[in-house]
Design a protein around this ligand. Sequence first.
Ligand code: LLP
Length: 446
Amino acid sequence: MNMTTTEEDKPSQKLDRKSVHRDSVGILSIEGVRLDHLADAVGTPFYAYSSRAITNAYQDFRSALGPDIGICYAVKANGNLSIIALLAELGCGMDIVSEGELQRVVAAGARRDGVVFSGVGKARAEIEAALAAGIHQFNVESVAELELISAVAASHGVEAPVALRVNPDIDALSHDKISTGRKGDKFGISIDEIASLYPRASAMHGIRLVGLATHIGSQITDLEPYRKAYKRIAGLTRHLRDLGQSVTRLDLGGGIGIDYGSGFKLDLRDFASVIRETVGDLNAELTVEPGRRLVGEAGVLVAEVLYSKPHADFDIVIIDAAMNDLLRPAMYNAVHPAETVSPTACRPRKCRIVGPVCESSDAFGSFDHLPELSSGDLVAFLAAGAYGASMSSTYNARPLIPEVLVSDGQFAVIRRRQPVEDLLALERNPEWHSASSGSEFGVKAG
Ligand code: LLP
C-alpha cells in the first residue's frame, strides 16, 4: 500500500485507509483490487465493499464494548445477503424493521434467535412471521402495537419477548431527518407513559416483557445525547424495579456516526465508557444496534464521467451514477468525499458533480480538490457502504447497480446489475386497454 503524503495527496488523507487506498501506481484500490479493474469487470456505476473493513469495524465494537454487550447489526444500512452473512459469521446479531429484512436475515443464514425487530409500524403478517421465526425480541413502539402483538401471540399460544422502546425526549444533535428521540418524533413511547404502561404490559397475555429499548438517531457525533438518554433509561429502569417490575434487558440502539470527510468520528471506547457509566451497574443484558458504523466506511460508489459542461469558474460534471443510486446527497444534503480512481496530471478545477436524473437535487456536491474531469474518468464516492445501495431505487427506470465484495485481492459480484427487463416484467396491461389484446407487454425477465 502506497501511503505517500505529498501535497497532492492531501484530500486522500481523509480516506479511510482500512477500506480504500492508492496502490503503487496511484490507482484507488480496495484490499489490493483496483477500482478501474472492477469497473472493467462489472461496468459503471457500481458499489464495492471491503470485507476487511467490515470485519475490522465489528472487531472495533467488540473490543471497545467487551464480550458481554450484544451487537445487532441494523440491516437497513446495507441488507445485501453477503454482508449479513459476513457479520453473522463474526457473531453479530441482527436488528430488522420489516418482514423483508427478516427474510434476508434467514436467507443469509443468520441466527433467528439473534434478531431484534424494531420499527414503528409492524403489520400483523410481520408479527406472525417474526413469532414463527422465533426471534430474540420485539421492540414495541406504541400501546396499539403492543395490543396487537399480545393478541397475535396469544392466538398462537406463544409468548412474544418484548422490550418497550422509550422516547427519552433527547435531541441527538444530528440531521433533523434522522433524529428520532425527541418528544413529538414518531418513534417510541413517551418516557412519561412507560412507568404506568410497563406493569400493564407485563400482565398482558402473549407478552413476555423483558425490558426497555431506545434509539435516539443516526450519524451521531456527540456523546452527550447518548449520556443523557442512557441516564434517563437508567433512572426509568430503577424506578420500574422499585415498583417490583422485572427489567432484564436494555437495548441501547445505534446511531454511532462515521467520518464523511471531516476527519472526526466518535471513539468507540468513549461510547463504551458512556454505557458503563450510565447503565453499567444495572446488571441488565445490554445490546447496541449499529448500522452505519459497521459498513459505512467499507464501501465506495464508483461512477464514470459522461460529460463536462464548462462554466466560467467551474465545470458541471455529469456522471453515470445518480440520486437513485445514492440518495443521501439529495435527501440530507450529505456530501460523500470524492476521489478520482486514477491519478491524472490535470490541475485541480472546481466542479459540481451531478447525475443524469431529471431533478435539480440529483447532485453529489461541489468539489475543489479534484483534477479537471473529462469523459471516461472514474470517480469514487467514499463512505458509501451504509444507506447507499439499501436506499437506492429505480427512478427514471434506472436499474439497480451491481454490488461487489472484495476480500484480500479477490472480488465477487454480490448483486448483479438488475436487467431492465426485470422492472418491466412486473408490470401488466389491464385487459380493458383497447390497444392491447392481452395483459402481457412482451417483455421477458432477464
Ligand atoms: N436501530 C434503529 C431502531 C434504527 O432506526 C436505526 C436507523 C439503527 C438502529 C441504526 O442506526 P445507525 O447506527 O445506522 O445510525 N438513511 C439515513 C439513516 C437512517 C437511519 C434509520 N435508523 C442516512 O442515510 O443517513
